[in-house]
Design a protein around this ligand. Structure first.
Ligand code: ADP
Ligand code: MG
Length: 249
């Protein structure tokens, strides 16, 4: 589904990614792990076309995407969450999800405005669909709360729901469980599995090793911009280079 080939990204003198290659097969949950500053978010930013790589190619379902602008990549079926949440704080929970649907359906802004002001019959469908996404993430009871009033755990779920509402084929989750307690983390891992079971392929950046090891089919390990290992969770746990650079720390 996704082929990252010899990607290098330089920011001035900083080499954030150096000749990184890996693949993601359809239906997999793949984990991208490594210490802070390893280049994980930078890789996500290139796959979702926030910025292009310095060199190298990214191919999604046969289409070269590394030079496409983000507005052309999203409709191909790639969606993401952000490490620093990108929820609209002044909107309600359901409005945030509707914005996600809007990005997918390309309703015009006028339609979007009337959607927020008052509901026409056509847009009732969008609203009902948004409610079903909220139910999927257990957020239906707080659909009309302002996002600014939510706990971190609920905000992370909302960020997830908003990305899922674009109906992606590939979903990138950047530290979706960061700051969550043990119970919330377990719920998050069940949700990631549930999302995969709907047919969505998932690439996760995550520091919680229990979560990563339990849900991922494959792990790719970065350290200082370089891929130092790739394999099943079991292979990675036993990999000397990974233990030295990351797991043993
Ligand atoms: P990770 O997500 O693995 O913690 P990042 O991809 O955020 O790591 O960062 C990798 C390196 O690239 C860091 O040294 C970081 O400071 C640098 N970097 C990331 N984004 C930018 C940017 N937009 N401009 C300049 N340097 C950046
Ligand atoms: Mg990061």
């Amino acid at each position: 589904m996704l082929q990252v080939d010899s990607i290098t990204k330089r920011f001035g003198g900083v080499v954030a990614n150096s000749e990184v290659s890996f693949t993601v097969e359809e239906g997999q949950i793949v984990g991208l792990i490594g210490p802070n500053g390893a280049g994980k978010s930078t890789m996500f930013n290139m796959i979702s076309s926030v910025f292009p790589p310095t060199t190298g190619t990214i191919t999604f379902q046969g289409t070269r995407i590394e030079k496409l602008p983000a507005y052309q990549v999203a409709p191909l079926g790639i969606s993401r969450t952000f490490q620093n949440l990108q929820v609209f704080k002044n909107m309600t929970v359901i409005e945030n999800v509707m914005v996600g649907q809007h990005m997918q359906t390309k309703t015009n802004l006028f339609g979007m405005a009337s959607l927020l002001l008052g509901i026409t019959r056509k847009e009732r469908k969008v609203y009902d669909q948004a409610m079903s996404y909220l139910a999927f993430f257990g957020l239906q009871d707080i659909f009309d709360q302002k996002a600014s009033s939510l706990s971190l755990g609920k905000l992370r779920l909302l960020e997830f729901a908003r990305a899922f509402a674009t109906e992606p084929k590939l979903l990138l989750l950047d530290e979706i469980a960061a700051g969550l307690n043990h119970k919330e983390t377990q719920e998050m891992s069940a949700l990631i599995n549930k999302v995969r079971d709907t047919g969505v392929t998932v690439l996760v950046v995550e520091h919680d090793m229990d979560l990563v090891m339990s849900i991922c089919d494959k792990l790719v390990v970065l350290d200082q911009g370089v891929k130092i290992a790739e394999g099943t969770p079991k292979e990675i746990q036993e990999n000397e280079a990974v233990i030295t650079a990351y797991l043993g720390a």
